[in-house]
Write a protein that binds this ligand. Structure first.
Ligand code: MG
Length: 499
């Protein structure tokens, strides 16, 4: 692309090798998770870290930093040019403020810690992993100090994942969200809601090849262009974007409970669509792809939950399901709908339904906030976790693998990441509410498999801009909203309690 401003054009030229390194790193990452022979791990690790170092050298090159610095002072830049400068400036600032020793310590600890965490989770033994968690927290505390913050050390870490997100924002979000969701959950259980009854389909085994076909049928219904997109298999599904015309997802096949595979497919495809519908003029610039993790998650959750678990969508795919899953061939549309929307307060976040999911995040948010306020020591975390989980969800883990050891995030240094999941859920509900006002035939369209109006709406309001705007600005511009939990609560109430 060419910009009006010649400094920004120079920046874009100099950025191309960095983009190319990212391209290679992404492709290597995708390969690592899908097809790479296991013994290649160590060599791949070296190649990956070397490419990251090269990228950092290019980014912090004096001339390049000088260009970005002079562009910062320019007035009358277009929104797009401002976006380029903003994104690169954030990246440079982050890399400059965090000293090399800390970056190295973090990556070393995340490799070691992650290995020990895996074993500890298997043995359900928190104490085995505690010293690594303590090391990682120490490193992250030092990083927070280096980055700097106004009010809360945790703010520094939150901003790394979601631009300008603060503890103040999240206290407001969870303060309003958590008690209302707890109330809805209690009502559902007290009423003996059909959503709370376990479906026999959950235990059903399926033929992996046939559910694979089913997933491809679903993607075809959603009109994915297989010339710019592909789907493979991995244990933990993910989306990897090489560039705006090569976006790849993976899905999972566990052999039982087929909704997990379909939902993963639709979730990741939702992430992919954000990048696929980004304006092509942003290709090979720092503005490719989504504005933030929360905005990205809003897209995956919108498709997975709000579309994918809606009655019209279940009705649309029901014939495909009956064709491929033998145990489901007698199930009615309503039975399938209840199966897709089963609600159960349980221990494990990744298996949580859309009613209880954010309570899992609220728990992690409280713990992370306390850790970085020096209000909770490592040895106190398991007990705090179990107590708080019992208060929030009404279930108490009996072993660490059901509790504090379930997620990989902390062992990889991802403190401040969890809240973006909840923000994504909240934004998905805002989107649905605004979209329904604009699209008269919204439900009919889903039922008939006409997704073009929905895709176009998302493209025009959100996708096309890539990361031109910071998330809070994009939310205001596109949806006239903030991370407001009201829409989500109303969505859940209406769907599950019919009020
Ligand atoms: Mg996701």
């Amino acid at each position: 692309m060419k910009c009006e401003n010649h400094v920004v054009n120079q920046i874009l030229d100099a950025y191309k090798p960095m983009w190319s390194l990212n391209h290679a790193i992404s492709l290597m990452g995708w390969d690592f998770e899908t097809y790479m022979p296991r013994k290649g791990t160590e060599e791949r690790g070296i190649a990956d870290s070397q490419l990251h170092l090269l990228h950092k050298d290019l980014l912090l090159n004096k001339d390049f930093v000088g260009l970005v610095e002079s562009a910062k002072k320019l007035e009358s830049l277009s929104d797009l040019e401002k976006g380029i400068v903003r994104v690169l400036n954030r990246e440079i600032t982050k890399q400059t403020k965090i000293p090399k020793e800390l970056t190295e310590a973090e990556s070393l600890e995340s490799i070691r810690g992650n290995m020990v965490w895996r074993e500890a989770r298997e043995k359900s033994d928190f104490m085995m992993y505690a010293s690594h968690l303590k090391n990682m927290i120490e490193i992250k505390k030092q990083i927070a100090e280096k980055i700097g913050y106004e009010k809360h050390p945790y703010d520094a870490l939150l901003d790394l994942f979601e631009e300008e997100l603060t503890v103040d924002d999240l206290d407001k979000v969870f303060g309003a969200l958590t008690p209302r969701i707890q109330k809805i959950l209690k009502k559902l259980v007290d009423l003996g809601s059909p959503f709370c009854k376990e479906s026999k389909l959950e235990k059903s085994k399926y033929d992996i090849q046939r559910v694979e076909e089913l997933n491809h049928d679903v993607l075809a219904l959603l009109q994915y262009d297989m010339k710019r997109f592909r789907m493979d298999v991995s244990t933990h599904p993910f989306t990897e974007t090489m560039g705006l015309n090569d976006v790849r997802i993976t899905t999972r096949y566990e052999g039982t409970d087929f909704k997990k595979s379909i939902s993963s497919t639709i979730h990741e495809a939702g992430h992919a669509l954000y990048d696929l519908q980004c304006d092509q003029s942003l290709s090979i610039t720092p503005l490719e792809g989504g504005s933030s993790l929360a905005l990205h998650e809003s897209q995956s959750r919108f498709w997975e939950n709000i579309v994918g678990r809606s009655l019209p969508f279940v009705q649309l795919i029901a014939p495909l399901i009956r064709k491929q899953v033998s145990l489901a061939n007698q199930a009615t549309d309503d039975e399938l709908y209840v199966y897709f929307n089963n609600v159960k307060a349980d221990y494990i976040r990744v298996d949580a339904d859309e009613v209880t999911y954010n309570l899992h995040i609220a728990l992690r948010y409280e713990i992370e906030k306390k850790i970085f306020a020096d209000e909770l020591s490592v040895s106190e975390i398991p007990e705090f976790w179990n107590n708080r989980m019992e208060q929030l969800l009404g279930v108490r883990p009996t072993k660490d693998s059901q509790g504090v050891l379930q997620d990989t995030h902390w062992s990889s240094g991802l403190f401040g990441y969890f809240p973006t999941y909840t923000l994504g859920n909240l934004v998905s509900a805002i989107i649905a509410s605004k979209m329904r006002k604009d699209l008269e035939d919204y439900e009919e369209d889903i039922k008939r498999g006409n997704f073009k109006p929905i895709r176009d709406w998302l493209r025009l309001k959100i996708h096309q801009y890539g990361s031109v705007y910071a998330p809070k600005i994009l939310l205001r511009n596109a949806l006239n909203e903030s991370y407001n939990p009201d829409y989500f609560v109303t969505y859940i109430e209406t769907k599950y309690l019919g009020s």
